[in-house]
Design a protein around this ligand. Structure first.
Ligand code: NDP
Length: 498
């Protein structure tokens, strides 16, 4: 990819330059521009939504038989697999994740299209028990134009999770990718068109969310928004949606507890806790950022954990052996550093890390090491606010009643992890933890067939799962009259009429 070229964007099937400001996508490992493009303008938003609406009405996509739409989705999955290395490298450049991780995300995106193709062609509508002389059915219809607003941390995976079910359901989709990671959405749109999706059924509007995302959300022809991002933005979108009476799904932030009980398999627990917080450099909504360890094994566990964390290979995302890449931007690294300073000011002790990495290639990018705090109680700000970086706060606990109280004491309730050899104990605890997802003796593992979402400030609605497709459809009840005589009331009315 050359840095000279200005990339076109996808306005309802027309590939042309955006009419907004020219800007670059930067490689977080070096700070160098990897691509230039013009952001979409508000006029582009208008043109896109009108064009997407026309495509929804006239392209015939919504009217295709489910197995025909599924055929296109299967081809999208196949094309993603054929282009997997190119896509993985593109995502590495766009957001700086290690290449091994971006390969997994690309594979997951292909799997998502395959899954929703299957969900589409096997979706059943029901004949419901009738209570009269009529047959009753419950069926589903597409909604129209759907907006998919995504964050920068796992673009292709979060975009696939929204685009695949929305298209499967028969809608037109407009993606508003994070301003700083626009490249995967653009390539995904090309793949969709190459696979046979009619022009206009997918669009991509790169640029500022506070301008474009807002305009999209407010647009009367946008019938649903599927959003992944920060809680503050999510609440703003929910307010707009309330005024429009528009359904939304909101996948928001987290401050997830991971819990190590005194009977845990320590090899598994150390590996799981490490992966849960430090993979993706902690830039994950489900990062297990609050660690609760049974006091009886707190010290030996922490020694093992910190020794293992110190060996995590932080560095060049191109290197196959790298485990943690840079943070997304200089500004985000500064935000993580502010949280470390806050943790210290709140009385925390740094057990590992805490200062940006320096020297050699580290000076070019936005690297930050695995960082472990202790000596803080759960009510401290660093335990309550999402840092979205590789910062873990470890806390010992004494009894399980208090543990449950602390684990649930958060505005967030996205995920949790429990490590115990006793499955009955883990089960009982798992049912008491308030979270959209609870992992037992594993962490940050996903299956597209299992619904995902948060409680409280972690969000509304669920993505994934076979029924995820229904989030992008309106339900309709059909009544088929089977009576031989006119409706009784009407007949009586006729009898008394002159
Ligand atoms: P933001 O909420 O800032 O941004 C997310 C998306 O929303 C971006 O595309 C952004 O555009 C756009 N946006 C910003 N303002 C508006 C607006 N007023 N109206 C509509 N769209 C808008 O989050 P971050 O990019 O900082 O992402 C990190 C957050 O995402 C974290 O809090 C994390 O927990 C959460 N997240 C949640 C996940 C989940 O599944 N629960 C998964 C991954 C992340 P722009 O980039 O231009 O600002």
């Amino acid at each position: 990819m050359t840095t000279e070229q200005t990339l076109p964007i996808c306005i309802a099937g027309q590939w042309r330059l955006g009419r907004g400001e020219r800007y670059a996508s930067y490689y977080p490992a070096t700070g160098e521009a990897v691509a230039w493009l013009n952001a979409a303008s508000l006029e582009d938003v208008e043109e896109t939504v009108l064009g997407a609406h026309q495509a929804f009405l006239h392209s015939g996509w919504a009217q295709r038989k489910p197995h025909e739409r599924a055929g296109v989705l299967y081809r999208i999955a196949q094309l993603i697999r054929e282009q997997s290395e190119e896509l993985a490298q593109l995502q590495r450049q766009d957001n700086g994740k290690p290449i091994g991780e971006t390969r997994n995300l690309v594979a997951s995106a292909a799997g998502t299209f395959q899954f929703f193709a299957a969900a589409c062609e096997t979706l059943e509508e029901t004949i419901t028990p009738s209570r009269g002389d009529f047959v009753t059915m419950s069926v589903y219809e597409p909604m129209g134009v759907v907006a998919a607003i995504t964050p920068w941390n796992s673009p292709i995976a979060s975009e696939a999770q929204k685009v695949a079910p929305a298209l499967a359901a028969g809608n037109a989709v407009v993606i508003k990718p994070a301003e700083i990671t626009p490249l995967l959405a653009l390539q995904l749109a090309r793949i969709c068109e190459e696979a046979g999706l009619p022009k206009g059924m997918i669009s991509v509007l790169p640029g500022k969310g506070s301008v474009l995302g807002d305009a999209l959300t407010q647009h009367p022809l946008v019938k649903r928004v599927s959003f992944t991002g920060g809680t503050r933005t999510g609440k703003h979108i929910a307010h707009i949606a309330a005024d429009k009476m528009m359904p939304v799904s909101l996948e928001l932030g987290g401050k997830s507890p991971t819990i190590v009980l005194d009977d845990a398999d320590l090899d598994h627990a150390v590996a799981g806790v490490l992966y849960g917080i430090f993979s993706s450099s902690g830039e994950a909504c489900i990062a297990g950022s609050r660690l609760f360890v049974a006091r009886s094994l707190y010290e030996p566990f922490m020694q093992r954990l910190c020794a293992a964390a110190a060996t995590i290979r932080v560095g060049n995302p191109e290197d196959e052996t790298t485990q943690m890449g840079p943070l997304i931007s200089a500004a985000h690294r500064e935000s993580v550093e502010r949280y470390v300073a806050l943790g210290l000011s709140e009385g925390g002790r740094l057990r590992l890390g805490g200062e940006r990495l320096r020297g050699g290639d580290y000076d070019k990018g936005f690297f930050f090491p695995p960082t472990v705090f202790e000596g803080l109680s759960n009510d401290r700000q660093v335990c309550q606010e999402e840092i979205f970086g590789p910062v873990l706060v470890a806390m010992p606990f004494d009894d399980e009643t208090d543990l449950v109280k602390q684990a649930n004491d958060s505005i967030y309730a996205l995920a949790a992890g429990i490590w115990s050899r006793d499955y009955k104990r883990a089960w009982t605890l798992g049912r008491k933890i308030q979270a959209g997802t609870v992992w037992i003796n594993t962490y940050k593992q996903f299956s597209i067939s299992t619904p995902f979402g948060g409680w409280r400030d972690s969000g509304l609605g669920r993505e994934k799962g076979r029924l995820g497709i229904l989030q992008y459809m309106e339900q309709k009840s059909l009544y088929w009259g089977m009576n031989e005589q006119p409706l009784a009331w009407a007949s009586e009315h006729r009898e008394v009429a002159p």
